[in-house]
Design a protein around this ligand. Structure first.
Ligand code: AMP
Length: 396
């Protein structure tokens, strides 16, 4: 893996694919600049070497033409503040202004190009378009882990035009190294906690983990598909009939691999999907009709903490309950605290996924994890064992 740390970019114009896909408020101001801050080490490394930087990114999902709502304009003041210098923003992508600005770049200069997804060629991974963009710079860096599972022009095709001058950005390298540690070099006992609502998006992840983990905790709404597969009575709880077969396969897989499978045994159930509903505690496998499982119960919280406490490696994706509602937050919060304690005792704890990260931010525990993965879909695909096009393009 060649990273930007391995090369001196003095006098080079470097095209850097960053992930500035940040949330904006209705005034089009950046409400969370984490992704911009995370790109700074790579940008500063190139600048400090005496190189110049051409930044490219997407924002949101425009329909293939210019839309003001998806312009990268709001990034400019934030980036200017963090870099402590003016940057140039060009609107025309591969138009005369961009060619001119990139042509006259001096060491230390930074240019930001407009949202590539305004051009259908981006998602079509268009070679001709990539060739034009490639002609703007001398080297290519990908630092956008969260989009590296997409084979787009800026994450995939562009790399082909720099066979000897393509590099992992520091953020991308950090993500890949930490996830490789989990997949190929984990200390045991290794616990995976998989929760959330959409069981279908997690099945491949769990299947790929079967040969690697010692404990598997299934949380969130998806555990009711597993409870149903075990002939449980799940009342009105979330459940995906079409995934019963896969859930059964996973249950059998845990038996074959000698994995301790824990489906939290008790649940906080509610008579409606609302924070104002009536609640009670009952067995996850015997929920009355008219009630639905919203969180894990007190016995499960204790058992999860026990399992996490005896682990050397913990991988967590997906909340344990409907943490957005205050009455159903305790399971997710208790598991977050258990992970923080395990981390303090030396365990390697990794968390990823938009909702899981939102939850630990809510509990102010994000800095108590060994590693927080920024790429929701990309992280899941990596853990599924799939080759990410954006990563592969740098290795080929
Ligand atoms: P996912 O995108 O599949 O990771 O699901 C995340 C969502 O799962 C969050 O918004 C949680 O509120 C939701 N969730 C967690 N537990 C439950 C549950 N028992 N019933 C319904 N939704 C849940």
């Amino acid at each position: 893996m060649k990273t930007v740390a391995d090369y001196n970019f003095k006098g080079k114009k470097v095209i850097v694919r960053v992930d500035f896909n940040v949330p904006l408020n209705h005034n089009r101001q950046v409400t969370d600049d984490t992704r911009i801050r995370e790109s700074l080490p790579t940008i500063n490394k190139i600048i400090n070497d005496g190189g110049s930087v051409i930044l490219i990114s997407h924002l949101g999902r425009p329909k293939g033409g210019f839309e003001m709502d998806y312009s990268l304009t709001p990034i400019v003041p934030v980036l200017t503040k963090y870099l402590n210098k003016p940057i140039v923003f060009t609107r025309d992508l591969y138009g005369p202004r961009t060619v001119d600005e990139c042509g006259k770049l001096q060491p230390g200069d930074v240019v930001l190009l407009e949202n590539f997804r305004f051009y259908p060629e981006e998602e079509d991974a268009d070679e001709e378009f990539a060739k034009k963009i490639a002609s703007l710079g001398d080297a290519y860096v990908n630092d956008a882990f969260a989009t590296s599972h997409r084979a787009h022009m800026s994450t995939f095709t562009l790399a082909k035009f720099f066979p000897n001058d393509k590099y992992f950005g520091l953020l991308l390298a950090h993500e890949v190294n930490n996830l490789n540690k989990i997949l190929h070099n984990a200390q045991h006992s290794f616990t995976a906690i998989i929760g959330g609502a959409k069981v279908s998006t997690k099945l491949a992840v769990i299947k790929n983990l079967l040969g690697k983990i010692d404990n598997l905790i299934i949380g969130g709404g998806m555990r009711f598909t597993f409870a149903k597969a075990l002939n449980g009575k799940i009342g009105n709880s979330l459940y995906e009939e079409k995934n019963i077969k896969d859930a059964t396969e996973i249950i059998n897989g845990t038996i074959q691999h000698g994995i301790n499978l824990y489906i939290p045994e008790d649940s906080v159930v509610a008579d409606a999907f609302s924070d104002e509903s009536q609640t009670k505690i009952c067995s996850t496998f015997d929920i009355p009709d008219g009630w639905e499982g919203m969180d894990i119960g007190p016995k499960s919280i204790r058992k999860c903490a026990e399992i996490i406490n005896s682990s050397q490696t913990v991988l967590w994706n997906g909340p344990l309950g409907v943490f957005e509602m205050s009455n159903f937050r305790k399971g997710t919060k208790s598991v977050a605290i258990a992970c923080a304690n395990a981390n303090m005792k030396g365990a390697f704890t990794v968390i990823g996924g938009g909702d899981s990260i939102a939850a630990i931010n809510m509990f102010d525990l994000a800095d108590q994890f060994s590693f927080v993965s920024t790429g929701g879909g990309a992280m899941l695909e990596y853990i599924e064992g799939r080759t990410l096009p954006g990563v592969q393009a740098l290795l080929d």
